[in-house]
Design a protein around this ligand. Structure first.
Ligand SMILES: C[S@@+](CC[C@H](N)C(=O)[O-])C[C@H]1O[C@@H](n2cnc3c(N)ncnc32)[C@H](O)[C@@H]1O
Ligand SMILES: [Zn+2]
Length: 393
């Protein structure tokens, strides 16, 4: 193809050099958006692909249908061992994004493993529903909500128990600033309060589960996290109606107090006897329906940390910290206490979170910090037991 006139420049992320249009790093009005702040998102993509490839005998086939500049796919091809990647199909509806990818294929040379299509992502994904060729991983990385692409992606992936990677950047919706939009798009009530990010992540997983369940498959979360302005979940599709049925029993709500941070989760089938806070009698706020199971499995995160140690990537230290925190909180039940509210109620000052965690552990409780909030405390202790432990300090 003939490339349009204008200034193009080379840039580099990780070990990968690639070409972008000169205005690509402008946030609001670039021709094709390239956001270096999403490097950690792409680093973790590479890491999880490396882990997945260890469990597969064949090279991976990947679909990146909202590719932008194509940076994610270039990095996969340049930075992962070439024998683990079979083919990457990219696409974008923006013609300049497609031109960027074609220019990179021709000038940088990403061999015949990379293909690009100028198309709407829904069409790109749907074409694989009828094709014989299976896809191992679909990466949905849109501006805003990924929701419109989930059903078709799961239909493709259910053929061979593939993996679905999803980014959501519509945190104003999922974290409750636009609660009506959350109810409309995700069929769930969000919160703006201290549990907002964990609730948002669980609303997103609930939506993946609902979509999977309709197709008769289940989901296994490999990793789910919140980072700055985005959420990211990576799940494996499991062909099991029985597992899907069980997972649907674990959809539910969280009820929590915005005064003292008492919380209680309840499955969708349960009837709450009271929605008043048993501690301070305030009316409890409710969020959901949402996913009440684990956000990831400890074994996956430990394995990822091992793979990370053998790898080199720009956000290596940040990812190492994130994975360590996830391992720490892996055994804790969903949701957390917001310590400033608990301490305020007990009229206590100057007690550090680590002291409380240590005391809870000494008494045999599970207790940890949480990646969702530096002042959050995850534990299986009841509110009363936590208060008793704090009272000893
Ligand atoms: C957040 S950017 C993608 C960034 C890229 N994945 C990366 O890692 O740098 C979202 C891209 O999706 C494209 N896009 C948005 N809606 C689309 C749709 N319905 N079909 C295809 N592309 C779409 C936009 O043109 C944009 O390039
Ligand atoms: Zn309360």
């Amino acid at each position: 193809m003939k490339f349009s006139e204008g200034e193009w420049k080379k840039t580099k992320e990780g070990e990968t050099e690639f070409i972008i249009f000169k205005d690509a790093e402008r946030i609001y009005d670039s021709s094709v958006f390239y956001n270096p702040e999403m490097t950690i998102n792409r680093d973790l993509t590479l890491l999880v692909l490396k882990m997945i490839s260890k469990q597969k005998t064949e090279p991976l086939t990947i679909l990146d249908p909202l590719a932008g500049t194509g940076v994610r796919s270039y990095r996969i091809l340049k930075e992962l061992p070439s024998n683990i990647i079979g083919k990457i199909y990219t696409g974008d509806r923006n013609p300049i994004a497609v031109e960027t990818i074609q220019r990179n294929i021709e000038e940088i040379g990403f061999d015949d493993k990379l293909e690009v299509k100028h198309s709407d992502a829904s069409i790109t994904i749907s074409e694989f529903i009828k094709k014989q060729e299976t896809i191992d991983v679909i990466d949905i990385d849109p501006f805003g909500s990924p929701i419109q692409f989930i059903d078709s992606a799961i239909q493709v992936l259910q053929k061979n128990e593939g993996y679905l990677f999803v980014t959501a950047t519509d945190l104003q919706v999922l974290c409750g600033k636009y609660a009506n939009a959350c109810l409309r798009i995700y069929n769930s009530i969000p919160t703006r309060n201290f549990l907002c990010h964990e609730v948002a992540l669980r609303i997103l997983l609930y939506n993946l589960l609902i979509s999977a369940g309709r197709t008769g498959v289940a989901i296994d979360p490999v990793i789910s996290y919140h980072h700055e302005h985005f959420l990211r979940v990576k799940v494996k599709i499991i062909k099991s109606k029985e597992k899907a049925n069980l997972q649907h029993q674990n959809i539910g709500f969280v009820y929590f107090c915005t005064e003292c941070s008492y919380f209680k989760s309840a499955k969708i089938s349960e009837i709450m006897e009271s929605t008043d806070c048993p501690v301070c009698k305030m009316r409890l706020e409710k969020a959901g329906p949402l996913w009440l199971e684990q956000l990831y499995y400890r074994e996956y995160i430990e394995e990822l940390r091992t793979v990370l140690q053998e790898s080199d990537m720009p956000s290596k230290n940040e990812i190492e910290k994130k994975l360590t925190r996830m391992i720490e909180e892996a055994e804790s039940p969903p949701f957390f206490y917001f310590l400033p509210y608990v301490l305020r109620r007990l009229k206590k000052v100057g007690i550090g979170i680590q002291m409380i965690i240590d005391s809870l552990r000494e008494k045999g409780y599970i207790a940890s910090r949480t990646s969702f909030d530096p002042q959050g405390l995850k534990t299986n202790a009841s509110y009363q037991d936590l208060s008793d432990v704090i009272a000893l300090h």
